[in-house]
Structure formats: structure tokens, C-alpha cells
Design a protein around this ligand. Structure first.
Ligand code: NAI
Ligand code: MG
Length: 356
């Protein structure tokens, strides 16, 4: 079988980590008798430099007809002063819109070998393995707003949180299907004691729970969830929540793992899905060949499972990452004395060796 994947390197360490992930995926997908045809396209700062805009139509068109998109990260100090209308981040928002990516999936799992990197006590993190399902194209980030107007104490600004039933239903479907492939538990997070939009959110969640009796549902307020994530993160399987709450909780989830460079993500929806590590372009270490490629490699494993019909490749990559960490290989960001310090190339070679 042949699959077409668009690779968007992006900026900073983007090219280093995406090329590492491509080598790993190319080897792993042979297990599923798949060959990948890669096409490189530009977005972010690199696209601003080449085309004068962060997301050229040619990139959008290529992504729309591909089986998947693998992205490094975009942005950096070089473009901090550009016209706000063409900032690199516009590329991400534009891709979400063009591809109908209404859902972000962020698995948070703590590899045994890295348990002591978590800021939480070891006994709290040994069972951590959850996914945050964040609504991505609705809510307050896309609602009406009023920029600050008026004078003095009366100066005012507002942002509106809106959710439609169809937006909640489809994100709940993703959460339920994800839970069915995992431990079968969904925690729906809202602020239904205060917000009308959250009361609709909870009502729809409860309807979906009734219609799916094999999935265990519970309902938490977002403030309680923020506490539970540090008090007892092992209780969660699938957390489903709004755009705003998901943005905040997914960063909290990331820090629970203690290793930013390892966390993957997938954005899925009505069109081609997009896979990227959760970290940024790390301009402070770009070009040195020392970036941790594992977040991108694990994103590529998600891509194999969800978009390329390559479940064996996905499992092999995830197992290789676990084994390589257990064997003591560490890039600089997760290095501790006594471990085997490797650069991006060394880590990639180690993963390739462990993919049997
Ligand atoms: P960042 O995630 O790029 O870096 C934070 C710290 O973590 C830095 O010290 C960096 O060296 C380190 N780090 C991140 N990824 C690493 C890796 N794979 N290996 C080793 N160390 C790693 O976040 P920051 O500094 O806030 O943002 C830098 C740029 O990235 C900004 O322009 C920002 O807008 C952009 N960004 C882009 C995102 C995206 O494309 N989705 C997401 C987040 C930030
Ligand atoms: Mg964020």
C-alpha cells in the first residue's frame, strides 16, 4: 500500500526532529507493507521568508489531498516583530480551519524509565496514562469579542463562549471511541455550575453516556480537574473538554510528565489529520543537532495508527521508544548523570536499532 504524507518542517528545531521521525516511520511501516511518499511543504516563519505569508495556498492544497500531515513546530524570535496578520502561529490556526480539525488528542503517559522526571511524587505517577481530548475550533477562542474600548474605569473588553450541540456531540463521539480502545472511562470537564455553555456541554455529555452504556462517564468541574491532575492523575483515562479548558489542562498534563520533549499530539476532524509534538520550535537549541526527537517520533506513531492503517508500525515505534529509554539513552533535555548522553542523530539511530 502507498500513503502520501505532507511533511512541514517549520522553524527552529523543526527540520531536525521531522527528518528524524521520517527515518523512523519509513523503517517501521514496512511491518504493515506500506510505503510512504513524502512531500515537503512550508508553513510558519520559513513560509513567511519564502512567500511572504505563513500558510501558502500550495501547502493547504497539498495537505487536503494527503493521508496525513506531520509537522515540527513553527515560530521564533526572527518573526516576533512581523505584522500580526501574518504571524507564524497563523499557520497552525489556518491549517486547523482548512482541514476541519475540531479535535486535539494529547496522550500523557509516563515512561517507567522517566518517572523521576515528574515534579510529582513517584507513587502518584506510576499509573499515569491518559488522553486529553480538547475541542479545537469552537468556544471562546473563536467567539465574538470586543477589543478594549472606552476610557478610564469604564474601559471594557469581552469574549464570548459559544457551543452548539453538533460541536459537543462530535467531540463526545471522539472521546467515547478513544475510551473504547483504552480503559473505557470518559471524564467530561466543564464549569456547569456557572456557565450556560457548560450546562449544554454537560447535558449532551450525559445523553451520550446514556447511549453508550459500556463507557463509564463522570463529570468534573474544571477547577476540581486542575486539582485532581496533580493529586491523583492516575484516575484518568480520557478527559474531554472545551477549547479554553483543554488548552490549560493539556499544559498541566504535559508538566505532570516532566518531559516536554516526549509528548505527541494529533489533531483530527473532517479532513486530513495533523500530527505534531506539543513543544515549540526551541530556537535556543536550533541548529545544534541536540533536540529530543521523541515527541515527533511518538506523534508519527499516532499518525501510523490513526491515519496510515499501520498499527504494527505504531506499536513497534512506541515499544522502541520505551526500550531505548529503559536502556538509558537520553538527549540533553532529559539527561541525568550515569545515563548515555546522545544527540538527535544518536537517539534516532538507537530507535532505528530497536525497531526489530
Ligand atoms: P518551546 O517548547 O519551543 O521551548 C521551551 C523549552 O523547552 C526551551 O528551553 C527548549 O529548548 C526546550 N525544548 C522544547 N522542545 C524540545 C526538544 N524537542 N528537545 C529539547 N529541548 C526542547 O517553547 P517556547 O520557547 O515558549 O517557544 C519557542 C517558539 O515556538 C515560539 O516562537 C513559540 O511561539 C513557538 N511554539 C510553537 C508551537 C507550535 O508550532 N505548535 C507550540 C509552542 C510554541
Ligand atoms: Mg497552549
Amino acid at each position: 500500500m502507498e500513503k502520501r504524507v505532507v511533511a512541514i518542517n517549520g522553524d527552529g528545531i523543526g527540520r531536525e526532529i521531522v527528518s528524524a521521525a521520517r527515518r523512523v516511520v519509513d523503517k517501521a511501516v514496512a511491518k504493515d507493507n506500506i510505503v510512504i511518499h513524502w512531500a515537503e511543504h512550508k508553513a510558519g516563519g520559513e513560509a513567511i521568508d519564502t512567500y511572504g505569508e505563513p500558510l501558502p495556498q500550495s501547502t493547504i492544497d497539498a495537505c487536503k489531498v494527503a493521508d496525513a500531515v506531520l509537522l515540527g513546530a513553527v515560530g521564533g524570535p526572527k518573526w516576533d516583530a512581523v505584522n500580526p496578520a501574518i504571524r507564524p502561529e497563523k499557520a497552525i490556526l489556518g491549517l486547523r480551519k482548512a482541514l476541519g480539525l475540531f479535535c486535539n488528542l494529547r496522550p500523557v503517559r509516563i515512561f517507567k524509565a522517566l518517572q523521576d522526571y515528574s515534579p510529582l511524587k513517584p507513587e502518584l505517577v506510576q499509573d499515569v496514562d491518559f488522553v486529553i481530548v480538547r475541542e479545537l475550533t469552537g468556544g471562546i477562542y473563536f467567539g465574538e469579542r470586543l477589543e478594549a474600548t472606552g476610557e478610564g474605569a469604564d474601559e471594557v473588553a469581552w469574549d464570548k463562549e459559544t457551543y452548539h450541540r453538533y460541536e459537543i456531540e462530535r467531540i463526545m463521539e471522539v472521546a467515547i471511541n478513544t475510551a473504547k480502545q483504552r480503559k473505557g472511562k470518559v471524564t467530561s470537564v466543564d464549569k456547569a455550575n456557572v456557565l450556560a455553555s457548560s450546562r449544554l456541554w454537560r447535558k449532551v455529555a450525559q445523553e451520550k453516556a446514556t447511549a453508550n452504556p459500556t463507557v463509564a462517564f463522570d463529570y468534573l468541574y474544571v477547577d476540581n480537574t486542575a486539582m485532581q491532575l496533580v493529586v491523583n492523575p492516575g484516575q484518568f483515562d480520557v478527559i474531554v473538554t472545551t477549547n479554553l479548558f483543554g488548552d490549560i489542562l493539556s499544559d498541566e498534563g504535559a508538566v505532570v510528565s516532566g518531559s516536554l520533549g516526549l509528548l505527541p499530539s494529533a489533531s483530527i476532524g473532517t479532513g486530513t489529520a495533523l500530527y505534531e509534538p506539543i513543544h515549540g520550535s526551541a530556537p535556543d537549541i536550533a541548529g545544534q543537532g541536540i533536540a529530543n526527537p521523541l515527541g515527533t517520533i511518538l506523534s508519527a506513531a499516532m499518525m501510523c495508527r490513526h491515519s496510515l492503517e499501520a498499527p504494527n508500525a505504531a506499536a513497534a515505534i512506541e515499544k522502541a521508544v520505551e526500550d531505548v529509554l529503559a536502556a538509558g539513552y537520553r538527549t540533553g533535555d532529559i539527561y541525568k548523570a550515569g545515563m548515555k548522553k546522545v544527540n538527535t542523530e544518536g537517539m534516532t539511530e538507537a530507535i532505528l536499532q530497536y525497531i526489530k
